[in-house]
Design a protein around this ligand. Structure first.
Ligand SMILES: C[S@@+](CC[C@H](N)C(=O)[O-])C[C@H]1O[C@@H](n2cnc3c(N)ncnc32)[C@H](O)[C@@H]1O
Length: 403
């Protein structure tokens, strides 16, 4: 049996400080505490994505701040954590992001599926893995490859490349589009693990060794795990409609005015990641275009390192445009809740609540409550650095003077 890949979500244990409306602030603080548990069930642990939200934090907020049948919107949905939790709780889930790989992932993780579709996925995973295992025997020279771009081949040992290539060619022949898309993401989910890359967010090379046959076996296991996870999601989300997903900049949301009761999501933290660069290897291997992310991603680390003052100005401007859109798509009385962290880039520190205060000033979003959790530790050495749950309430429109 291949070693089961364990993916843990960040475990948060710092002190929590609240302000604003007491009941809402207590709900936000309770969400931080909920995030101390494990959250790998449903489809959450299926595939890596940078800066995923903790599923139990999302679960707590969806349950506390919306009702069954209402619409929950995540305008930076990434791999779809909020959307999965919204569907599982019987809400209508709407999500968008500028990253096409994120969208594929979110679509798969939220997908409704029949028992026959899940059985097909499991069987196809086993069949393709058996073929890749059989074909790999005696292949430890650099292979002729069809499915992997030649300039990316150096990331993999020759026998791993053979297995990936055989799996990639095999899934191209899968006739059912939903099954093919699921198998493609199963393959994608293994790429960092079987590559010479250190981690998802760290492209430094390592000399880790992958046993012959491991990649094929792990692929079959991943297909079986996904099939089980989709069954669990289906059982939980029986009454929820399918999620609505769009490749869209949060500054121009494709959703109608007043559609959502709750907007819940986590924007890029200023100067923390270049998401498109992190997923680039995977996106090229899978021929997923990243043009929209390259054009519209905001808060980039590369920009903040090079020109921190300009990056902060651009970040506030982007958040202001996004705040305007959220005020449009969230119904009067509804909530906008963002998870955002303080950050450092280009030699400067950025306090997330100050950036958001500036961005949302004058918009029809009234600050309602906040809960900040301290982030001590090697990656957050500065005293006072924290991650924040910030909530705003969409103003009710003023009564007309004619009524
Ligand atoms: C913190 S991650 C969200 C992770 C997500 N909550 C999850 O659990 O997977 C931030 C996301 O914002 C997206 N993003 C960056 N710029 C954007 C923009 N202009 N409009 C919409 N999404 C954007 C990134 O592609 C990234 O997926």
């Amino acid at each position: 049996m291949a070693e089961r890949q364990r993916r843990s979500f960040a475990q948060y244990h710092g002190a929590i400080a609240t302000r604003g409306e007491p009941a809402l602030a207590a709900t936000l603080a309770a969400a931080w505490r909920a995030a101390q548990g494990d959250g790998r069930e449903l489809t959450h642990g299926f595939h890596p994505y940078p800066a995923r939200l903790h599923p139990l934090l999302a679960r707590h907020l969806v349950a506390a701040l919306s009702r069954p049948g209402e619409t929950v919107l995540d305008p930076f949905c990434g791999s779809g954590t909020v959307l999965v939790e919204a569907r599982a709780a019987g809400r209508r889930a709407l999500g968008s992001d500028v990253n096409a790989l994120a969208l594929l992932l979110a679509r798969q993780k939220c997908a409704a599926s029949s028992p026959a579709q899940r059985a097909r996925l499991r069987a196809a995973g086993e069949r393709l893995a058996r073929r890749a295992y059989d074909e790999r025997i005696g292949r430890d020279e650099a292979p002729e490859i069809d499915a992997i771009p030649p300039d990316l081949a150096g990331w993999f040992e020759p026998h791993v490349l053979h297995e990936l290539d055989t799996l990639g060619r095999g899934l191209d022949h899968e006739r059912d589009p939903a099954c093919r898309a699921a198998l493609l993401l199963c393959l994608s989910s293994l790429l960092t693990k079987v590559s010479r890359r250190r981690a998802e967010t760290d492209a430094a090379p390592t000399d880790k060794r992958i046993a012959p046959g491991f990649t094929a076996r792990a692929f079959a296991e991943r297909a079986a795990e996904l099939s089980d996870a989709l069954a669990a999601l289906d059982a939980a989300a029986r009454r929820a409609p399918a999620a609505g997903l769009a490749l869209a900049d949060a500054r121009a949301l494709p959703w109608r005015s007043g559609v959502a009761t709750l907007a819940l999501g986590s924007p890029p933290y200023l100067g923390t990641y270049d998401y498109d660069a992190i997923v680039e290897l995977r996106a090229r291997l899978l021929s997923i275009p990243l043009a929209a992310a390259q054009r519209h991603e905001f808060g980039r680390r590369s920009q903040a390192n090079a020109a921190p003052a300009a990056a902060a100005r651009d970040y506030v401007a982007a958040l202001r445009a996004i705040g305007g859109e959220l005020a449009r798509v969230v119904a009067p009385g509804g909530l906008v809740v963002l998870v955002v962290g303080d950050s450092e880039a280009g030699g400067r520190s950025f306090a997330a609540p100050e950036l958001l205060d500036e961005a949302f000033a004058g918009l029809p979003l009234a600050f309602a409550a906040a809960a900040a959790q301290a982030r001590p530790g090697p990656r957050a050495p500065r005293a006072g650095r924290a991650e924040h749950l910030l909530a705003w309430r969409r103003h009710n429109p003023r009564p007309s003077c004619r009524t």
